[in-house]
Design a protein. Structure first.
Length: 319
């Protein structure tokens, strides 16, 4: 009797943990039913058979940082990501996280960093802005401005720029970095002038040209408000002065702008400006396609037959 030999593929027993519920995720290997159910409950089991993918455009801006208190550097702007095309699918709920701005400080301390903003399934987070320096500027999406003794901090590549350095000779502080440019160093415009915040960058995803992610201006020990650092275009707050009560100004909400550094005087003048919150905007690159459900109350607009969803707070979206 002759013997026949058959070849076959063998399923590996080694499991590859799935990267999430999305269509391009995989979960190769041998999984028990209980293991599959556990992953499904955690929303991490790949969805099969969903071929209705389409493209969106994204703008993701993180929260801006606060300036430092008491003669402090300006806060760095939140990181800004511009994504021209990204594929998502129908029947999946995508989580949107909008980062808050860093809280103001009232004494001689570094500014608080902003928080990250994300769109689920897009692999890169917009990084919160770096706090302004009282002792050391903080790294972030854009870096914080330095106090009079230190340099500005670095920004995140592709998302923002470094903060400006302080100048110890004239006791001036640096401005926070912005998406469009680095923060200005102290004493650039004049010996006793604090540095301005770095410029933000304009974007027209909503159909209107709006500037986001400007850095906060540096605070000053000088009594004249004319010596403070101006906030960068795109929501950056100006710095505070030595005059009593003239504190740093907060970054504008939903721009990711950095807050202004605090002044050097008594009372409220030492207080820095808080960072501005971020924003996430999604534009559908397919005519007349609208979301099936949203949470978080995004603003909805139509631009040339295409829906635009602007999230000023965290939420979700399903098509």
């Amino acid at each position: 009797m002759s013997t026949k030999h058959f070849t076959a593929n063998v399923i590996s027993a080694s499991k590859v943990v799935p990267g999430g519920k999305f269509q391009d995720s995989a979960a190769s290997g041998v999984w028990s039913l209980e293991e599959q159910l556990d992953l499904k409950r955690g929303d991490n089991w790949p969805i099969t058979g969903n071929s209705s993918a389409f493209n969106i455009q994204l703008l993701i801006v993180a929260g801006g940082a606060a300036g430092a208190g008491d003669k402090g550097g300006g806060g760095g702007a939140g990181g800004m990501l511009e994504v021209n095309s990204h594929s998502i699918s129908r029947n999946i709920e995508y989580t949107v996280t909008v980062g808050g701005g860093g809280a103001q400080v009232t004494n001689h301390s570094n500014g608080n960093n902003g928080s990250n903003s994300t769109f689920e399934c897009y692999g890169t987070a917009a990084v919160g802005g770096g706090g302004g320096g009282a002792t050391a500027a903080q790294v972030g999406g854009s870096g914080g401005g330095g106090d009079r003794n230190t340099g500005g901090a670095c920004g995140t590549s592709g998302q923002g720029n470094a903060g400006g350095a302080g100048n110890n000779n004239y006791e001036t502080t640096g401005g926070g970095g912005g998406k469009g440019s680095v923060g200005e160093a102290g004493s650039t415009d004049d010996n006793f002038f604090a540095g301005d915040g770095g410029a933000g960058k304009a974007n027209n995803i909503t159909g209107s040209c709006v500037t986001y992610a400007g850095g906060g201006g540096g605070g000053t020990v000088e009594s004249c408000i004319c010596n403070v650092g101006a906030g960068g275009s795109g929501g950056g707050g100006r710095g505070g002065s030595d005059s009593s009560g003239v504190s740093g100004v907060a970054g504008t909400a939903n721009t990711g702008g950095g807050g202004g550094g605090g002044g050097g005087g008594a009372g409220g003048a030492r207080t820095s400006g808080a960072g501005g919150s971020g924003i996430v905007i999604l534009k559908v690159l397919e005519d007349c396609l609208a979301a099936a459900a949203t949470t978080g109350n995004p603003t909805v607009a139509t631009v040339s037959n295409r829906k635009v969803y602007s999230f000023t707070g965290s939420g979700s979206i399903t098509f």
